[in-house]
Design a protein around this ligand. Structure first.
Ligand SMILES: *Cc1c(COP(=O)(O)O)cnc(C)c1O
Length: 495
């Protein structure tokens, strides 16, 4: 099989092996690793149609992570996609009201981040062994709410690793906060930051790029890495569920051979939808990839105008995991759109840092074909949850509702009848308050756990283990930091 090597979107690091890219996270020039050539599936979709999630994941991941042996990859997959998930299907597809909802929230923390973060620690510790890394791996992660918990669940008590999570103090849901501050594991450390997600993410990126700090840490026996979706080890496992979805629908006769399937993705950092693009490039007949934004509609504006402009007010919405103005993974799309021109990407990213915006040429904008974009306001999100429940009894979370709303608008405007898959990215239990009050405002006065019980009653969906666990869990983390103080917090934990 052809070896796939990785290159930085900003051009400095090239010819990097997959396992090295997984260990490193971000490239040394601040760019993101992308495959130098895009692989294609070496089995037909028909052959994959009857296979389990784990088997499909292997067929996809082996194409990207070519320096892992078959044995290593299969062990990583077996360790990740096991009874931590509450269904053997791992990623079940529900047909509701004429669309397919791909439920990606059946893992340990009931958000789609589990799909990648349950395997990343295994990919990383395997990579450390392969590359004779002796230092302890320290994961630094900025989270808008879901990544942090999912990353800690993955890394907790994994030998040879530690994890530090920064979350925006006032920017996460009550359940998300409780999930994080009750995290167990001696190697985990959680910090509430007085700032928004972009502040956290920008500071973490700066810490990664700080050569002085890196040297100091290496001397103490620590090596930083990232569990954010900038890590190729997170992106690759996400490609698997799009391939799996298509093949499963094909196997069930819900798609005919070669029939297109549109995909709608509630988008924040642009990782999930980029994985859909990679699945399409592997040869899966996906149709339009529709990027759904909330009120922080930077990406909608970008796809509409070719101008990326983060100079605007940051809105705290009911879909906090999408409250992002700087979508890191977009850099990987820009790289493709520029015809793999790293100097052009560097120029854009410098513009973004200095002026907060950049503008694509008309030539580059032509490469948007194949994408769609829309956004949903918070009122529209609430109405979407309400109407779908009234019509079908199916309850979706606020993030999935952004996608469902954007899909409804897209379909009305385009008359496109192509079958459609909506990435359902979180369990409604993670955002109980907003979901329940969208269904009926009479529930507004209840406390968090009364609401959870009520949601179970009206949705007839069992309360997930992840929620039952936090009912009684003790708070173990209460560190608060300013954005400027984050570096000292890291040094303090690694004393
Ligand atoms: C992270 C997250 C998103 C956004 O995904 P990206 O890959 O960052 O675009 C959407 N919904 C939920 C529930 C999330 O946790």
């Amino acid at each position: 099989m052809k070896e796939i090597l990785y290159t930085s979107t900003r051009g400095k690091d090239t010819g990097v092996k997959a396992s090295e890219a997984v260990l490193q996270g971000l490239a040394t020039d601040g760019g993101l690793f992308v495959p130098e050539t895009m692989p294609v599936l070496d089995k037909s979709l028909d052959e994959l149609a009857g296979k389990s999630y784990q088997e499909v994941a292997y067929e996809v991941m082996k194409l990207f992570l070519t320096d892992y042996t078959e044995e290593e990859l299969k062990a990583c997959i077996a360790n990740a996609y096991d009874s931590k998930f509450d269904t053997e299907e791992i990623a079940p597809i529900k047909e509701v009201d004429g669309v397919y909802y791909l439920e990606l929230f059946h893992g340990a923390t009931i958000a789609f981040k589990d799909m990648a973060l349950s395997i990343l620690p295994h990919l990383m510790t395997t990579a450390a062994k392969k590359n004779n890394i002796k230092e302890e791996i320290v994961i630094l992660t900025a989270t808008s709410g879901d990544t942090g918990k999912a990353a800690m669940a993955g890394f907790a008590d994994v030998p040879g690793t530690r994890i530090i999570v920064f979350f925006p103090k006032d920017g996460v849901s009550p359940v998300q906060r409780k999930q994080m501050v009750t995290q167990k594991g001696d190697n985990t450390f959680v910090v509430a930051v007085e700032g928004n997600f972009d502040d956290c993410q920008t500071k973490v990126k700066q810490l990664f790029g700080d050569k002085e700090l890196e040297k100091e840490m290496l001397e103490k026996g620590f090596r930083f890495s990232s569990a954010n979706s900038i890590n190729i080890g997170r992106l690759v496992p996400q490609v698997a569920y799009y391939v799996y979805s298509y093949c499963t629908l094909l196997g069930k006769g819900q798609l005919k051979e070669g029939e297109k399937l549109n995909v709608v993705v509630p988008t924040g950092n642009f990782g999930n939808i980029l994985a859909a693009l990679y699945a399409k490039l592997l040869g899966v007949p996906l149709g339009r990839l529709i990027c759904a934004s909330n009120d922080n509609k930077v990406l909608f504006d970008f796809f509409s105008t070719g101008i990326y402009d983060k100079n605007r007010a940051f809105v705290l919405t009911t879909s906090p995991s999408m409250d992002i103005l700087v979508s890191s993974n977009l850099e990987r799309l820009i790289y493709r759109i520029c015809g793999n021109d790293a100097s052009k990407v560097s120029e854009f990213m410098n513009d973004l840092t200095s002026t907060g915006k950049y503008e694509l040429t008309d030539e580059m904008r032509k490469e948007f074909k194949g994408f769609g974009a829309g956004y949903a306001t918070q009122d529209q999100v609430a109405k979407t949850i309400h109407d779908l429940y009234e019509k079908t009894g199916y309850v979706i979370d606020t993030h999935t509702a952004v996608a469902a709303c954007v899909y409804n608008k897209y379909k009305a405007a385009s008359k496109d009848e192509t079958k459609t898959l909506i990435a359902s990215t979180a369990s409604p239990y993670k955002f109980t308050k907003d979901v329940l009050t969208a269904i009926d405002s009479k529930y507004a006065g209840m406390d968090d756990f009364e609401m959870i019980d009520k949601l179970s009653e009206i949705s007839k969906v069992e309360i997930p283990r992840a929620i039952e666990e936090i009912r009684t869990a003790d708070v173990r983390h209460n560190t608060v930091s300013t954005v400027e103080g984050m570096e000292e917090v890291v040094k303090g934990f690694l004393k």
